[in-house]
Ligand binder design. Structure first.
Ligand SMILES: *[C@@H]1O[C@H](CO)[C@@H](O)[C@H](O)[C@H]1NC(C)=O
Ligand SMILES: *[C@@H]1O[C@H](CO)[C@@H](O)[C@H](O)[C@H]1NC(C)=O
Ligand SMILES: *[C@@H]1O[C@H](CO)[C@@H](O)[C@H](O)[C@H]1NC(C)=O
Ligand SMILES: CC(=O)N[C@H]1CO[C@H](CO)[C@@H](O)[C@@H]1O
Length: 298
C-alpha cells in the first residue's frame, strides 16, 4: 500500500531510462525517486514470495551497483521491499548444488555475489536499508554492508548459517563492529532470530519506528536531507567512515572459512536436507527459517 502511494506521489518510475533495464533480473529491482532531482532514490526488491537472493537478484543487483559507479547524479539509495513479510531472504541454496540452475554458472554467480558485497562499501553513494520484514542470511549480509539501517515493526534479522554449518560470510565483520563481539557471538553462534526492537537496542539497526508509514517518513526525510549537500562532502564522509571499516582481507579470510565449511560432506547434506524439508525454500518455511532449520535438522 505504502509503495503504491509513494509511486503515485513520487514523480516517476525511472526504470525505463535505467541502464540495467533489460538485464536478466531487472524486474526484481524497481526504482523510484525520493526527491525532485532524484539524487535520492528508492530501489524496491520485488522477488516474491520471499525475496529469495537468487540468480536474478544477484545479477540485477550487480548491474545496479555498476551503474552507480562513474556517475554524479545519485547521492543516496534506499533499499526496501514490496514483498509482504520479507525484506530479503537467504541465498537460493540451489546455487550450491552443481548444475541445479539451468543456464547459470554457479561459481560465476558466487563471484558476483561477493563483488556486490564489496561494491556496497566502495561505491561512492550512501546506501540505506529500510527494513519492515525479514532480513535473513544473504539479505542481512547486504544490509550490514549498507551505510545505515532502519526498521519497522515487522522487521526481523538473523543469520541461519551456523545451523547450516556455515558462517555469515559477508556480514560477520560488520556486525561485530556494530554490536560488539559478545552480542555477535550470541546471535551468530545460535542462529538467532532477532526482533526489530532488540535489533535497535543493540545497534544492528539505527532505530525502529512504530509503523511502516513512520519508518518511510523518517527514511525519506533523512535521504532527502543528505542529498541537499554536495557530492564531494557526502563521498568524503563515507570515505572517512570507511577508514574504520574491517579490511577487505577480512572478507577474503571469511570467504576461505566459508568455502572450507561448504566443502564438508555434512554441510552438503544439510543444504540438500533444507531444500527438501523447506519445499525449496517456501514461504511458510522461510518465515521462521532459522528456527525451522534448528527444529527439523537437530
Ligand atoms: C563526475 O564529477 C567529477 C568531478 O567533477 C568529474 O571529474 C567526472 O568526470 C564526473 N563523472 C561523470 C560520469 O560525469
Ligand atoms: C564458470 O565461471 C567460472 C568463473 O567464475 C569460470 O572459471 C568457468 O569457466 C565457468 N564455467 C563455465 C562452464 O562457463
Ligand atoms: C527451486 O527454487 C528455485 C528458485 O526459486 C527455482 O529456480 C527452481 O526451479 C526450484 N526447483 C524446484 C525443483 O522446484
Ligand atoms: C518530490 C519530493 O519528495 N521532493 C523532496 C526532495 O527533497 C526535498 C528536500 O528535503 C524536499 O523538500 C522535497 O519535498
Amino acid at each position: 500500500m505504502a509503495i503504491l502511494k509513494l509511486a503515485t506521489k513520487c514523480l516517476f518510475l525511472l526504470s525505463l531510462t535505467q541502464p540495467w533495464h533489460g538485464f536478466a533480473g531487472a524486474e526484481v529491482l524497481k526504482q523510484t525517486c525520493i526527491n525532485h532531482s532524484c539524487s535520492a532514490k528508492r530501489v524496491t526488491l520485488s522477488n516474491p514470495p520471499v525475496n529469495l537472493w537468487d540468480a536474478n537478484v544477484i545479477t540485477g543487483f550487480n548491474a545496479l551497483m555498476l551503474s552507480l559507479n562513474n556517475q554524479n547524479e545519485t547521492k543516496v539509495v534506499v533499499f526496501d521491499s514490496d514483498t509482504a513479510d520479507f525484506w530479503a531472504a537467504p541465498i537460493d541454496l540451489n546455487i550450491f548444488l552443481p548444475d541445479a540452475i539451468p543456464g547459470r554458472n554457479s561459481s560465476a554467480l558466487l563471484e558476483m555475489y561477493y563483488a556486490n558485497l564489496d561494491l556496497l562499501l566502495t561505491t561512492p553513494v550512501i546506501f540505506i536499508g529500510e527494513v519492515n520484514g525479514r532480513a535473513w542470511g544473504a539479505g542481512d549480509e547486504h544490509l550490514l554492508r549498507m551505510d545505515m539501517r532502519f526498521a519497522g515493526p515487522g522487521a526481523q534479522f538473523g543469520a541461519p548459517e551456523a545451523a547450516v554449518g556455515l558462517i555469515h560470510v559477508g556480514g560477520m565483520q560488520q556486525l561485530v563492529r556494530l554490536i560488539g563481539p559478545g552480542r555477535a557471538s550470541e546471535y551468530m553462534l545460535a542462529a538467532a532470530q532477532v526482533s526489530a526492537t532488540e535489533a535497535a537496542r543493540v545497534g544492528w539497526v539505527n532505530s525502529v519506528h512504530p509503523t511502516a508509514k513512520a519508518l518511510r517518513a523518517h527514511v525519506d526525510g533523512l535521504a532527502a536531507r543528505i542529498s541537499l549537500f554536495s557530492t564531494e562532502t557526502i563521498r568524503a564522509t563515507k570515505a572517512s567512515i570507511a577508514e574504520q571499516a574491517p579490511l577487505k582481507a577480512a572478507l577474503e579470510n571469511d570467504r576461505a572459512r566459508f568455502d572450507q565449511l561448504a566443502a564438508l560432506p555434512l554441510v552438503q547434506q544439510n543444504v540438500e536436507a533444507i531444500i527438501r524439508l523447506s519445499h525449496n525454500q517456501s514461504k511458510s518455511w522461510e518465515e521462521n527459517n532459522n528456527d525451522n532449520i534448528v527444529q527439523k535438522l537437530y
